[in-house]
Design a protein around this ligand. Sequence first.
Ligand code: ASP
Length: 370
Amino acid sequence: MKHHCLVVAAACLAAACSSSSTDSTPAAAASAPASSSQATPGQSPHWGIVMHAGAGNFTLADLRERREPMREALTAALVAGHNVLKSGGASLDAVQAAIVILEDSPYFNAGKGAVFNHEGKNELDSSIMDGATHRAGAVAGLRHIKNPVLLARLVMERSPHVMMVGEGAEAFAKEQGGIAFVDEKYFYTERSWQALQRELEKEKKPTASGTARVNEPSRAGAYFGTVGAVALDRQGNLAAATSTGGMTNKRFGRVGDSPIIGSGTYADNHSCAISSTGHGEFFIRYTVAKDICARVEYKSEKVQAAADAVVQDELKKAGGEGGVIGMDYAGNLAVSFNTTGMSRGYVGEDGKAVVMFTTEDAGPLGPRPK
Ligand code: ASP
């Protein structure tokens, strides 16, 4: 019953696209012909925010006692973003406000709950992009920054650069001020530590060929818990942001797709805004976020169709697990993932937040697995 209500609520949110539509899901919204009020980039009556909190091959049962706290945190993040948008604020501020809440929660692989690398350290990555100006900021390999998304924003606004890494990025934060530093211990969570121990154990087992196992980032069954947000504001501006601890057991210095503009994050008012989550190496190779937006811009594909083409076809064929959330300039949503789970949520103009986790509660917030 609760599940049904969520589905209906999401359908109603998406129905903002057309009250007379018989199928009011975002998928339908994405494929419906744009009305004259939707057709012009820079104008949209359908403001809102869509988020993901990581994709992976998990079921509702796997989430166990984490599910409700995750739902609460995701809802709080959506509401924070919604409040910014409702008061006429910028999509850039909305995605930032939403991401900060999940970075402060221990339940996600971003900020506080970041996973551990092979050396038992946390290295955090984040990026943010403004669809109106194409300005972008990104940070990688952070060790002491409580909210990496805030530093990504600072790089965007107060440096001539797009991306800064490691010690240099932290020195920049110190110089600029206003960024909270934490001791490395802040990022310790038992769950992430145990996940690393399991990966290290697996590495000790010989491979079928008898050769030593190379330190691969974990894949199968991994609970990718990266967080991302995409928003469209009342002014018709799109923004996207992503934040992550990367992948458990990653090599020291490894950087995934989350801070890579065009792979993990992209926003362009003329097409769409995307945030990705999954096995980063594939998302980098396939420039996932930009590719989806390019399909929308150059091929006039609907954002959902473009996301499906990349996530369900290209990435899946290549073996790249994960998913994306997105929104086009008219406020049409895209949700696509090729794993069994992707935590995700949406809130539109009516302020009703919808949160879902896996294909078991698939509905208006996707996916449409093939
Ligand atoms: N894409 C992230 C990375 O590869 C991980 C994730 O999305 O969970 O670093």
